[in-house]
Design a protein around this ligand. Structure first.
Ligand code: SAT
Ligand code: MN
Length: 593
């Protein structure tokens, strides 16, 4: 039975049913009873495997097709009426053509299958910052993941009422044929269609498709921002909490930073980090003139490899019940999971991520990976030991700082602060990072990834930069978040990381907050404000101020090359590049003269 009488939804649903022709339609009401039945069915059909009920209660295992393991950026389209509106960084298709192509692919593809209708809310149900979507899918995996990653069910439909302000999402697995895989966003229609994939970001339509691509476009028109940013709260010994939003490309450690455990010295003094979100922020100006952020998601879709007790205790703890594991390895002795970096003991009796039975230690010794590098856990946020008490706050949390960062073996210092908002937008707009396994394609290539939004901005990237500049104009400079850039990934000439990262990143966050509070001086350099090494707390670290100076160093020659690279990059955007960003570039160049 339909969970709503909203005519805009029922009419749309009729069209989808006619198109894909399912054997039955099931509305997901959000009840545990219904979800449990669906889990049982998934286990019966073999789509999911139930893991050890004592060690991993309520946890399921799933593997995707081997050619369906990451987002596919060259098959992700922005279908705005005008190509110009998608801009030079997006793949574009004219909407009528795209609809026809997609309908032809999806037609009758649910034959003999169940259509699941998932009403979901991005953000706390009923919050003024939240938005609602409907995803129809023929994948149980999608239903169970959406049930973790978003708020689902009847209450969402009640919150929407008769409104037409909801995002239409059609997902059709079809034959999971890579040649006909398309992830299409129609920003002007509030619509998403995804065909021939059954993997994460391609099919959990609330996540990148809605909460970033569609939402970024909505934000531009409605005066708010959808950003690829984690949100964390840093509590000082006096119990005051300051919030930071940080943008990093996929698989660059957002989840780790969001759940950071401070080093001993900080812990003893009473510092704590609270997680509000690990991937996406929706940001709006509050009544007091400050920017407030919510995390639109309800769970974590984190990269498994590298996650362990030490690197991210809190993430690991979050996966211990009610989680879904995708494309990791299985330990057949105790029916649990394993991935590279979990511990040093690959299971002897193992099943690698494609399902072959192998001897784990031998297999790894031969240079193979038991888990796919982009294998993931889907974990309910409520499991997280350091989840912020503000997680459900419908008004969000006030932001003190924006932090941009990427993987750069050279160039970018450990941390620097922009001179002001507009310069900060320049820093974000020109950030670059080495590519990771989160998207199909080469790994380790430096590419520009503005605000970590390159694959996620639903409209013209230069208009998006302009939106950032325009938001800044509405903010009182005293209330505007300060903007920083960090780089945990600097390497020395031997290729060793120069900064320990993980929990020790707290030392950098500490400096950032002190800067926001005007409590510490900084050195003005060609690129912005860099810390004096004495102001970064190294207590308990095997590192001297001289070591630190090496990572704080601004190499003028490298930066001159960088400035040339930015100039070249801007050419792509023609006269759409905001004047403020050109000014920042000119200042950078003249500073480096
Ligand atoms: O596959 S997802 O887009 O959900 C995760 C990521 O790439 O950040
Ligand atoms: Mn992400």
């Amino acid at each position: 039975m339909a969970l709503t009488t909203n005519k805009t939804i029922l009419d749309w649903l009729d069209e989808q049913i006619k198109l894909v022709n399912p054997k039955e339609v099931v509305w997901i009401d959000g009840s545990e009873e219904q979800l449990e039945k669906i889990r049982e069915e998934a286990v019966k059909t073999g789509e999911m495997i139930k893991l050890n009920e004592d060690l991993l209660p309520g946890c399921l295992y799933h593997r995707t097709k081997p050619d369906d393991v990451a987002r596919v950026e060259d098959r992700t389209l922005i279908c705005s009426k005008k190509e110009e509106d998608a801009g030079p960084t997006n793949h574009w298709m004219e909407p009528t053509k795209a609809y026809k192509m997609l309908y032809d692919i999806a037609r009758n593809s649910y034959e003999g299958r169940t259509m699941y209708v998932i009403p979901y809310s991005m953000g706390p149900v009923g919050s003024p910052l939240s938005k609602i979507g409907i995803e129809v899918t023929d994948s149980i995996y999608v239903v169970l993941n959406m049930a973790i990653m978003t708020r689902i069910g009847k209450s969402v439909m009640d919150a929407l009422g008769d409104s037409n302000d909801w995002v239409r999402g059609l997902h059709a697995k079809c034959n999971v044929n890579a040649e006909e895989r398309w992830i299409c966003q129609f920003p002007e229609d509030n619509a998403i269609i995804s065909v021939n994939s059954a993997y994460g970001g391609n099919v959990l339509l609330g996540k990148k498709c809605f909460a970033l691509r569609i939402a970024s476009y909505q934000g531009k028109n409605e005066g708010w921002q959808a950003e690829h940013m984690l949100i964390l709260g840093l509590e000082n010994p006096q119990g005051e909490v300051k919030y930071i939003c940080a943008a990093f490309p996929s698989a660059c450690g957002k989840t780790n930073l969001a759940m950071l455990i401070p080093p001993e010295g900080y812990k003893k003094k009473g510092y704590k980090v609270w997680t509000v979100g690990d991937d996406i922020s929706w940001i709006r100006k509050g009544p007091d003139g400050r920017l407030y952020a919510i995390n639109p998601e309800n769970g974590f879709f984190g990269v498994a490899p590298g996650t362990n007790e030490k690197s991210n205790y809190n993430a690991l703890a979050s996966t211990k019940k009610g989680a879904i594991f995708t494309n990791v390895a299985r330990n057949l002795d105790n029916n649990t999971v394993w991935w590279e970096g979990l511990d040093k003991n690959p299971p002897v009796n193992a099943e690698e991520w494609k399902g072959a039975k192998v001897n784990g230690p031998d297999y790894v010794a031969e240079g193979n990976k038991l888990a796919h590098p982009n294998s993931r856990f889907t974990a309910p946020a409520v499991n997280c030991p350091c989840l912020s008490s503000e997680f459900e706050n419908p008004n969000g949390v006030p932001i003190s700082a924006f932090v941009f960062g990427g993987r750069r073996a050279k160039l970018a210092p450990l941390v620097y602060q922009s001179r002001d908002w507009n310069h900060g937008v320049f820093v974000g707009a020109t950030m670059a990072s080495e590519t990771t396994a989160a998207a199909a394609g080469a790994v380790g290539v430096v590419r520009r990834d503005p605000m970590a939004m390159l694959p996620f901005c639903g409209y013209h990237m230069a208009d998006y930069w302009q939106h950032w500049i325009d938001i800044g104009k509405t903010l009182d400079p005293d209330k505007a978040p300060k903007i920083f850039n960090v780089n945990w990934f600097r390497k020395d000439d031997e290729g060793n990381f120069m900064w320990p990262g993980f929990g020790d990143n707290m030392r950098v966050l500490d400096w950032i907050i002190q800067r926001c509070e005007g409590k510490v001086d900084a050195k003005e350099t060609e690129i912005g404000y860099v810390p004096y090494s004495k102001d970064i707390n190294l207590e308990g670290l095997d590192m001297t101020a001289e070591d630190l100076d090496k990572i704080l160093d601004v190499d003028k020659d490298l930066w001159k090359e960088e400035a040339d690279g930015i100039e070249e990059y801007f050419v792509k955007f023609g006269d759409k590049v905001p004047a403020e960003l050109r000014e920042s570039l000119a200042t950078l160049k003249s500073n480096l003269e």
